[in-house]
Design a binder for this molecule. Structure first.
Ligand code: SF4
Ligand code: SF4
Ligand SMILES: [Zn+2]
Length: 270
């Protein structure tokens, strides 16, 4: 198995995974989406809310704010030794929000949330929560916890995690007369006529739509597009809660521990 990185920034990774089965690629995708933990607000204690939105509506909005996550200092509540419903310093972070619109309309933003641990904070201060008219107030306490996308989508660490098969395009030089019809038909500009000859210029953009094959006047078509079912182009984008590199490493660790567990169980059966 091989991994070739095409693009890697703090929040986005694009890479080619080759030499594995679709089942393996899908296992990695599903673990990234549903099993790598991240932090989100889970309990909200409303002390005062005179805004136009009811408490549940505001709690829902607060839950969906992505938070910077520290996987080294916190544990999942179900794995914490405290076994307490309210949690402890290892399994939850307490935050407060106290905003009042005194004499004019005011918007409450994610940046108004203040957590006891300065490393835990919204990934951006600019997410609007509610608008307060003059005289309205919102005062509450929140408990943020680690969780997984399997429990609730608010704990998904990624906004995108998808892959597609690597395309394999072959052009039959014997049949192709370089008419250019496929170049015009390709919606992704994968093909081009260079010096009057048909060429593949941007293979990774191909979506395997096969429109080029459909428009080719030759029978059988002079161009053939196939999916390589052992090579996958992955795109993963973090919500900002964790660097995308950390998400990939965590997913690999989770998959490894699942395989080890399965092999231990299988040995026990034998
Ligand atoms: S399969 Fe679709 S995207 Fe790929 S080269 Fe052909 S027309 Fe373009
Ligand atoms: S449409 Fe067919 S014949 Fe024309 S350039 Fe494309 S592959 Fe060649
Ligand atoms: Zn605890």
């Amino acid at each position: 198995m091989e991994i070739k990185i095409l693009e890697l920034t703090e929040n986005k990774a694009k890479f080619v995974l080759s030499g594995c089965s679709p089942a393996f690629a899908n296992a990695i995708r599903r673990i990234i989406i549903s099993e790598v933990p991240s932090m989100a607000i889970d309990d909200v204690f409303v002390y005062e809310n005179s805004s136009v939105l009811n408490d549940e509506f505001i709690a829902h909005r607060l839950g969906l704010i992505p938070l910077k996550t520290d996987l080294d200092s916190y544990v999942l509540p179900e794995k914490c030794k405290c076994k307490s419903e309210m949690g402890c310093n290892r399994c939850r972070v307490v935050g407060t929000l106290d905003v009042e619109a005194t004499d004019s309309r005011k918007t409450v933003y994610s940046g108004d949330l203040k957590f006891e641990d300065p490393d835990i904070k919204p990934v951006t201060d600019k997410i609007p929560i509610v608008k307060l008219e003059a005289g309205q107030k919102l005062k509450l306490e929140v408990h943020a916890k680690l969780g997984t996308g399997k429990q609730h989508a608010k704990w998904q660490p990624v906004s995108t995690c998808a892959y597609k098969y690597m395309p394999n395009i072959t052009i039959s030089k014997k049949i192709c007369d370089n008419c250019g019809l496929c170049v015009e038909a390709c919606p992704k500009k994968v093909l081009s006529l260079e010096d009057g000859k048909l060429k593949v210029v941007d293979l990774l953009k191909c979506t395997l739509c096969k429109e080029c094959m459909n428009v080719c006047p030759k029978q059988p078509p002079a161009i053939k597009v196939e999916a390589d079912e052992t090579t996958f182009i992955f795109t993963v984008e973090s919500t900002g809660c964790l660097p995308v590199k950390r998400i990939l490493v965590e997913a690999a660790e989770i998959l490894k521990s699942k395989v080890e567990e399965l092999s231990k169980e299988a040995k026990g059966l034998g």
